[in-house]
Design a protein around this ligand. Structure first.
Ligand SMILES: C[S@@+](CC[C@H](N)C(=O)[O-])C[C@H]1O[C@@H](n2cnc3c(N)ncnc32)[C@H](O)[C@@H]1O
Length: 378
């Protein structure tokens, strides 16, 4: 049994707990910025493959007091590293530290952890592994807070928001994990038409199709643990099974018809990017791409989900932004029966909509606090 800490962006803990419950992972406990649970190693792999909102899946190797350099070195060295690394595998260390007066420099602290790992392995094998910060076989993470150290391995090795389908970029794309949380927390219908009228690179629509078809978000990427040198054979076999099941689910769902999904934007370059990304995600067959102004949005279905992430105003003049928000407010008035979900970074938009949201969540888009609002249009 291992103890896992699954991290997510602030505000998404509730969505993450809901996902873990759907994966039948019981007893997940919340914490700020993540969730803890216990289980075998392949349970963490399942989260890497299937979670739409998790950012990292960390497996804990040890905890110990580490108020100073000596205790940090001794505690790290005591971990049975030969279970996880060989003399020919490479590794890297990432350190997050706070409230430990004797250890304040994360680069230096990471170096101390690295020294302890190298010494432990040299002692075990008579040779030392390489440190490769860019592309390590094994990613080690230290969390040090108030003199308490936790040493983890990062199962995915890279942030899980990198699903592998973003082949074309636009300005200010949403992180895939945030788009998934918007749909989950906003309660997008899986079985009704869907439109993002300001779709940019198409992240919300792509995540919507992946979720509606039950396609594992991690299907198109490789994970760090696939390079770990010493995974037990039964864990490798369990991982093969998990992938095979997810592959089969994808092939079964691949051409399953869905209600209409529309990606619209006023900008032709954004639409071209959205098309490429949807093709890379294997879901372009389900999406229609339209060049249109949100002001001209029509009530084309009696029931539907509209989910969007409009410009917050970094690049527009204030007068243009006011005009855009007023046009959006007017267009949304026509959408009776629809669920309108907005990731809103500017209170002026809420004023222009002139309604009370039925659902409201505070989320963070990088460092920026944003509001997830859902309006059930009558
Ligand atoms: C913040 S970006 C959306 C990013 C998107 N969620 C993604 O993940 O890439 C806002 C988008 O709104 C589009 N937009 C701005 N004014 C518009 C209008 N009047 N009608 C339709 N789209 C508009 C922009 O072209 C831009 O692509």
């Amino acid at each position: 049994m291992f103890r896992f800490f699954v991290t997510c962006a602030r505000g998404m803990e509730g969505a993450l707990r809901r996902e873990l419950a759907d994966m039948r992972i019981a007893g997940a406990k919340g914490d700020r910025g993540g969730v803890w649970f216990e289980g075998p190693l392949d349970m963490g792999m399942r989260v890497c493959l299937h979670s739409r909102v998790a950012v990292r899946v960390l497996v804990r190797l040890g905890t110990f007091d580490a108020a100073d350099q000596q205790s940090l070195y001794a505690g790290t060295r005591a971990i049975p590293w030969r279970d996880w690394l060989t003399a020919t595998s490479s590794f890297a260390v990432d350190a997050n530290i706070r409230d430990t007066p004797a250890l304040t420099h994360s680069g230096y602290v990471a170096l101390k952890v690295k020294d302890a790992v190298v010494d432990a392995l040299r002692n075990a094998f008579g040779a030392r592994p390489d440190v490769d910060p860019k592309s390590p076989d094994v990613s080690i993470v230290l969390h040090l807070a108030k003199g308490q150290a936790g040493i983890f391995l990062d199962l995915a090795g890279e942030s899980l928001h990198q699903r592998g389908y973003r082949v074309a970029m636009v300005d200010a794309p949403l992180k895939e994990t945030l788009a998934a949380a918007v749909l989950l927390l906003g309660g997008a219908h899986a079985d009704a038409p869907f439109i993002d009228p300001m779709a940019g690179s198409g992240t919300l629509a792509i995540e919507h199709v992946l979720a509606a078809r039950g396609i594992a978000p991690g299907l198109r990427r490789r994970f760090g643990f696939e390079r770990w040198p010493s995974l037990p054979p039964e864990t490798r076999a369990a991982w093969k099974r998990l992938r095979a099941e997810a592959d089969q689910a994808f092939h079964e769902a691949e051409h399953r018809p869905l209600p209409p999904v529309v990606c619209a934007d006023i900008d032709a370059a954004a639409l071209a990017a959205a098309r490429k990304n949807a093709a890379a995600a294997g879901v372009d067959d389900a999406i229609t791409f339209e060049r249109a102004d949100v002001a001209a949005l029509e009530h084309r279905w009696p029931v539907a989900t509209l989910a969007t992430n409009p410009p917050y105003g970094e690049r527009l003049q204030p007068a243009d932004l006011d005009a855009l928000y007023t046009a959006m407010g007017r267009a949304f008035e026509r959408l009776s029966g629809w669920r309108v979900i907005i990731l809103c970074g500017n209170p002026a938009l809420e004023r222009a909509i002139r309604r009370k949201p039925t659902v409201f969540h505070r989320l963070w888009n990088g460092p920026l606090e944003v509001r997830l609002l859902r309006y059930d249009m009558k």
